[in-house]
Design a protein around this ligand. Structure first.
Ligand code: ZN
Length: 253
């Protein structure tokens, strides 16, 4: 078996492997998307909960202040009742009004904070619901991922063994070139030569459709040596159809 045929064997096994794993990969992607979304929901919740803690603390402070002012105002009310002069009474009244204004301001603030806290609590509850739903989807996705992996497991093992055996036949530098091309071009790493017109020596690359010099084709025909497309750099091979189409020309030589 010549070099190109050996490479082709590796390439075709790999292609089957990749095709088989496509569905698994998409299941894996879906699953990791769900996990990422769960993570996002958790981050959002953590942030909301920390805001909620801050707001609750501020509201508690303000309520404490209100209580403190209520006590002060009770004392002043007593003092007003026992005021000796009109002047004294007025002084207490002024003080009382100052505390009252302060108390109103604090109470309004506390109410605002509590309304905000209520809103945040609602948002957190909503996130908890969303998380529950997303978790369900993630569970299904995980099951699907496992199922798909199980479905193809035996065939994948088989193909991997085939690939290993086929690759062992190929010189390491040629194998490296093929592997690099597969990484870059996937199923287009290798392409068959297409015979457009044998008499006129018109051949094209099965991947990029550009025409190929006759030397590329004759090298492949005679020795199956490693041949790249001059345009797209894929590895060329002769499939059965092309080999058949060229057979008469070759035997004449
Ligand atoms: Zn090409």
């Amino acid at each position: 078996m010549d070099l190109t045929s050996k490479l082709l064997r590796v390439f075709l096994v790999e292609k089957q492997l990749r095709g088989l794993q496509t569905r698994l990969r998409s299941a894996e992607r879906f699953h990791s998307d769900q996990s990422a979304q769960l993570q996002q929901l958790d981050t959002k919740r953590t942030s909301l909960e920390s805001q909620l803690r801050q707001i609750t603390a501020v509201a508690a402070d303000q309520e404490g202040e209100v209580k403190r002012l209520d006590e002060k105002m009770a004392v002043i009310r007593e003092q007003m009742n026992s005021a000796q002069t009109n002047k004294e009474y007025k002084a207490f009244l002024t003080e009382m009004n100052t505390y009252k204004a302060e108390r109103d301001r604090l109470e309004t603030g506390a109410l605002e904070q509590m309304a905000k806290a209520e809103e945040l609590r609602k948002q957190v509850a909503e996130l908890v619901t969303q998380r529950g739903e997303r978790e369900q989807v993630q569970k299904v996705a995980a099951g699907e991922k496992t199922q798909r992996a199980d479905e193809i497991k035996d065939r994948v093992e088989e193909l991997k063994a085939q690939r290993k055996a086929a690759a062992a036949e190929v010189p390491p530098d040629a194998l490296k070139k093929l592997e690099l091309l597969i990484k870059q071009r996937g199923d287009e790493a290798m392409a068959p030569i297409e015979v457009q017109d044998r008499k006129r020596h018109e051949y094209t690359c099965g991947s990029c459709m550009m025409s190929l010099p006759v030397e590329s084709v004759s090298g492949l025909m005679s020795s199956g040596k490693l041949t790249f497309c001059v345009s797209c750099q894929c590895i060329l091979y002769l499939d059965e159809e092309a080999a058949k189409a060229m057979q008469p020309a070759a035997s004449k030589r």
